[in-house]
Ligand binder design. Structure first.
Ligand code: NAP
Ligand code: MG
Length: 477
């Protein structure tokens, strides 16, 4: 087995970010004190407390929704699309200008490697604002009639795994279509959303068009239940998604849900194996596996399983786990103690149910939340690690003999968000892709995102699409 190449530490400086000791809520264009308590956000890599953040209570949620309604009625819904576009372009350019600051802050608050926040998250965030800025004055071509109208006020709730990227997926299309928003970031990762609020001020966005209210699940619940919102856009777990669907049932609120996944990454015997290994690694170890569309079930054709697994283990031995701000880090910190406990629990269950567990040797830092890249072999479809979303750097490996068996196993899940196919044959890609019940199917690549391309799930992975022209439909009548 190869040993990892030793790199000298190459930490990105944190001096570019200015984290305040405490943050209020961003309502009607200003930062205001909340009426509720406050909570702490920490760095998952060190457990250091970064800031105190206000927890919005019912009165704060109400104030934010009212501010969004005023801005909708008086300004934003009346503004011509070409004028709205100017604000979105301005926001996109400021994001690019402040990209290093955003990337460092995202890595500190979330634990993801700077390599990813700098080269993946933030560039795609800017791209989303640029892309939807381009649509703002062309909505009559969106496929919703000659004069499509916005919905009104959108209540948006996002998870912690891609804090700023999920914010962009929600806010950019909503604003382009003429809606105003109240957004709640996740409890463990509020800081980049609050920096985004400053960017809205810097862009002179009219007050109330974007409101950011921090808090935990209760704040999200109050937002969803508020009678003043016209639309709920939620990204998060399937359980909370179901609760939200129950809350809005019987009202005329529109809903889109982007929920969990348990994607199959299918490798056929004719696949270019070294490329496939890179795709498997990206599929499950990118962002510590905290990815809804992660390729968490590897389906490998039996005849090449041994060779592929040997290559995969060799590659995993070169992954560097540690300081998210080090430019050489491949796998950062697990986002919270709670998430770490869940990953540990499901991994222990995998072992107890008889699957073979393997991780490369790696020294984990003493403080913070860490889990080594892990694979389970000999997994069967009945194993819980083959059925439940682990949302961590843990891969379940299953084998198949025929293409039909691969499709059957891939579709044998309550989820249907994404899938991957690795083969040299174009015809096989097309045939298998058409048989998979998944919103996104990657071929000979994995975890690639682009603002022009729609994203979303089938079955318990949710409904509605974000991204592309389809993403506009969620915000137009
Ligand atoms: P989560 O527990 O469902 O939380 C998501 C958001 O909802 C957070 O802001 C959370 O606040 C809030 N929330 C919690 N309870 C709520 C309630 N009863 N009513 C309204 N809002 C509530 O999910 P998570 O653990 O943060 O995120 C991981 C999940 O997100 C995974 O299942 C993953 O697959 C999914 N995900 C899906 C996509 C996609 O596009 N399909 C993308 C990314 C992630 P707190 O932070 O305070 O809990
Ligand atoms: Mg945090």
């Amino acid at each position: 087995m190869t040993t990892p190449f030793d790199y000298a530490p190459a930490p990105e400086s944190r001096s570019i970010v200015d984290i305040k000791p405490s943050y209020g809520l961003f309502i009607n264009g200003e930062f205001v004190d909340g009426h509720g308590k406050s909570f702490k956000t920490i760095s998952p890599a060190t457990e250091e407390v970064l800031a105190e953040v206000a927890e919005a209570d019912d009165a704060d949620v109400d104030a934010a929704v009212k501010a969004a309604r005023r801005a909708y009625d008086r300004v934003w819904s009346r503004m011509p699309g070409r004028e709205r576009a100017k604000y979105l372009y301005r926001i996109a350019r400021i994001i690019q200008e402040r990209s290093r600051e955003l990337a460092v802050l995202e890595s500190i608050d979330n634990g993801k490697p700077i390599k990813e926040s700098r080269d993946v998250d933030i560039p795609i965030v800017a791209a989303h604002f640029f892309y939807y800025a381009g649509w703002a004055d062309k909505l009559e071509y969106a496929g919703r009639g000659a004069d499509p109208r916005p919905l009104g006020v959108a209540g948006q709730i996002i998870p912690w795994n891609f804090p700023l990227l999920m914010l962009a997926w929600k806010i950019a299309p909503a604003l382009a279509c003429g809606n105003t928003v109240v957004l709640k970031p996740a409890e463990t990762t509020p800081l980049t959303a609050l920096l985004f609020a400053e960017i809205c001020q810097q862009a002179d966005l009219p007050p109330g068009v974007v409101n950011i209210i921090t808090g935990a699940g209760g704040t999200g619940q109050a937002l969803v239940a508020h009678p003043g919102i016209d639309k709920v856009a939620f990204t998060g777990s399937t359980d909370v998604g179901k609760a939200i669907a129950r809350t809005v049932a019987g009202t005329d609120k529109k809903v889109t849900l982007e929920l969990g996944g348990k994607a199959a990454n299918i490798v056929f015997d004719d696949a270019p194996l070294d490329q496939a290994v890179e795709g498997i690694v990206t599929g499950i170890f990118f962002n510590q596996g905290h990815v809804c569309c992660a390729g968490s079930r590897l389906l490998v054709q039996e005849s090449i399983a041994d060779e592929l697994l040997a290559k995969l283990k060799r590659r995993m031995s070169t992954l560097r786990v540690g300081d998210p701000l080090d430019k050489n880090t491949d796998v950062g910190a697990i986002n919270s103690a709670e998430q770490l406990a869940r990953i540990r629990e499901l991994s222990d269950i995998g072992e107890a149910e008889g699957a073979g567990r393997w991780s490369p040797e790696c020294v984990l830092p003493q403080h913070g939340f860490w889990f080594p890249p892990t694979i389970f072999t000999g997994v069967t479809q009945a194993h819980r690690i083959a059925r439940e979303e682990i949302f961590g750097p843990v891969l379940s490996v299953l084998t198949f003999r025929t293409p039909a068996e691969a499709v059957e196993k891939a579709n044998n899940t309550p989820y249907g968000l994404s899938a991957g196919i690795w083969t040299e044959k174009g015809s096989r890609i097309l045939k298998i892709a058409s048989q998979l019940r998944a919103g996104v199917v990657w071929a000979n690549t994995f975890n690639k995102f682009d603002p022009t391309s729609p994203f979303g799930g089938y079955k318990e992975s949710g409904y509605g699409r974000e991204g592309g022209r389809h993403g506009l439909e969620a915000y137009l009548r």
